[in-house]
Design a protein around this ligand. Structure first.
Ligand code: SAM
Length: 218
């Protein structure tokens, strides 16, 4: 069974439950995924449970804080089998350096859960410029039919700037190459929001057009 956030958190984090549902629907056995902000490892655990049963899958986690990597490693070691752990790579890296990470396979999902590490120094938060440049690299690294998952926290100043910049960037991506959805909880002020940015698989697109089949968006 997939790990869930503690009950209390889930009530106030519908954006995370939604993101997890998207990942579960999108990922296939053998895929490679990256968590570009692994923090305390909750998202890594969900990804591990979706992916790592298959021996050709790979899960990479990045964070700039060693405490975050230690927390992630400890959560995964307690929660998944050692054989699955062998397919996890944790690296202390900024996601701005994504292009420098050796990738054996095209990546089908890159996850950003932006902001600061819960329970730690709030000043160490993701930054608009770094996040944007990382997203541009991430978009270029994705496999055909790959996706970016981004959760934003506009409730703090840098988070609000970051969300606006992502929205501006995402709006100008070519509609024939990308399907983009932005979920907001509109009756809660400045609540977290979620972006799903999926590249269109042109091979699949042209063959399913010929078959007259409709493309599944979610
Ligand atoms: C909201 S937390 C992530 C939560 C995490 N995904 C989880 O499930 O626990 C955001 C994380 O982004 C990290 N971070 C900030 N700037 C970063 C950067 N440039 N590259 C990678 N990680 C960064 C922070 O250290 C923090 O741990």
């Amino acid at each position: 069974m997939l790990s869930r956030y503690p009950k209390q958190m889930e009530r106030y984090s519908p954006h995370l439950s939604l993101a997890h549902a998207y990942w579960k629907n999108h990922l296939r056995p053998g895929d490679t995924a990256i968590d570009a902000t692994c923090g305390n490892g909750h998202d890594m655990l969900v990804l591990a449970q979706i992916l790592l049963e298959d021996p050709s899958s790979l899960l990479i986690g990045l964070d700039i804080q060693s405490a975050a990597l230690a927390n992630t490693s400890s959560l995964l070691e307690r929660s998944i089998p050692a054989s699955h752990m062998a397919r996890v790579l944790l690296q202390r890296h900024s996601h701005a350096d994504l292009a420098q990470i050796p990738l054996p396979n095209p990546v089908r999902l890159i996850v950003y859960n932006l902001g600061y590490l819960p329970g730690a120094d709030k000043k160490i938060t993701t930054q608009t410029e770094t996040t944007l440049s990382s997203l541009k690299i991430a978009a270029s690294l994705l496999a055909q039919d790959g996706a970016l998952s981004i959760t934003c926290y506009p409730g703090h100043e840098e988070g609000a700037r970051e969300e606006t910049a992502i929205l501006d960037w995402a709006k100008q991506l070519a509609p024939n190459r990308w399907q983009i959805c932005h979920h907001c909880w509109i009756n809660r002020k400045a609540s977290p929001t979620f972006f799903w940015i999926r590249s269109i698989d042109e091979t699949h697109e042209s063959s399913s057009m010929k078959d007259g089949k409709e493309r599944k968006v979610f």
